[in-house]
Design a protein around this ligand. Structure first.
Ligand SMILES: Nc1ncnc2c1ncn2[C@@H]1O[C@H](COP(=O)(O)OP(=O)(O)OP(=O)(O)O)[C@@H](O)[C@H]1O
Length: 240
């Protein structure tokens, strides 16, 4: 199987703290991979390390066969990797349109945005169109999350990384999110999601990796984990 992204024995220190202890992670091309694990397991640190926001102190990160360990964050982003952090990175005082425009690096104004792509995004996330001229800060948590993901895909991406897209969302909004990610996956983009919500994870995930204490302690097929309550209990301390 071909892997788009690979972490090999990655260690990350944050200041004096040794957080990642040799993470091995392989993300299959064209699939949606769920990164699960208890609070503090190291999921967000792993995403930030992939993006170069924390430096790898030992080990390596490979994207499309290229060693990207030493690249800085803008160079990593230019490889068509988009990252939506947990705080979503939205500018609250700007309108949804302005937020989208800032993300569309090649467009100087709304008229220069790729109209067909924008239409596709409006279908995936109707809230983006509905609140186009509203300040993003006034939107609900779910609507903001949709704007955040919409920003990330305003240009074609090879890899989309999202930290806890379902966090704090009402069940109906979670269903919209699931539908949108399923369609995104069909469009061919490889997706890596950090999740706490096992139901969300099992409905969307093709592959899964589970972290504990700064390491990947389980990796495989999501359907297998979804069917194995004992494994869920031992890895995550909870079951579906
Ligand atoms: N800036 C920081 N300074 C010091 N320690 C940190 C920092 N960021 C994270 N950590 C520590 O690193 C460990 C892993 O944190 P991380 O946020 O990667 O976990 P996580 O799996 O994403 O958990 P959560 O679901 O709670 O966000 C935790 O013990 C956390 O306290």
């Amino acid at each position: 199987m071909s892997h788009l992204l690979e972490l090999r024995g990655v260690h990350t220190h944050i200041g004096a703290y040794h957080i990642l202890h040799g993470v091995d992670l392989a993300i299959p091309r064209g699939q949606l991979t769920m990164l699960l694990g208890r609070n503090g397991a190291g999921k967000t640190t792993t995403l930030r390390t992939i993006m170069g926001l924390w430096r790898t102190s030992k080990g390596s990160v490979h994207f499309g066969g290229q060693d990207i360990t030493a690249l800085d964050t803008p160079a990593i982003a230019h490889l068509n990797i988009a990252y939506v952090p947990e705080n979503m990175g939205i500018f609250a005082d700007l309108t949804v349109k302005e937020n989208m425009l800032l993300a569309a690096r090649k467009a100087g104004n709304a008229a220069q945005m790729d109209a067909a792509r924008l239409e596709w995004i409006f279908k995936l996330f109707p809230a983006v169109e509905k609140f186009w001229n509203h300040p993003a800060g006034k939107l609900s948590g779910g609507q903001k999350q949709m704007v955040a993901v919409a920003r990330a895909i305003i240009e074609p991406r090879d890899l989309l990384i999202v930290d806890e897209p379902s966090k704090g969302l009402a069940p109906a909004i979670v269903n919209n999110m699931i539908e949108a990610f399923a369609q995104l996956k069909q469009s061919g983009v490889t997706i890596l999601l950090v999740e706490q919500n096992l139901h969300f994870a099992q409905r969307l995930g093709d592959s899964v990796a589970v972290m504990d204490n700064g390491r990947v302690v389980h990796a495989g097929c999501m359907a297998e984990l979804a069917q194995d309550a004992a494994l869920q209990q031992s890895l995550l301390g909870l079951a579906l």
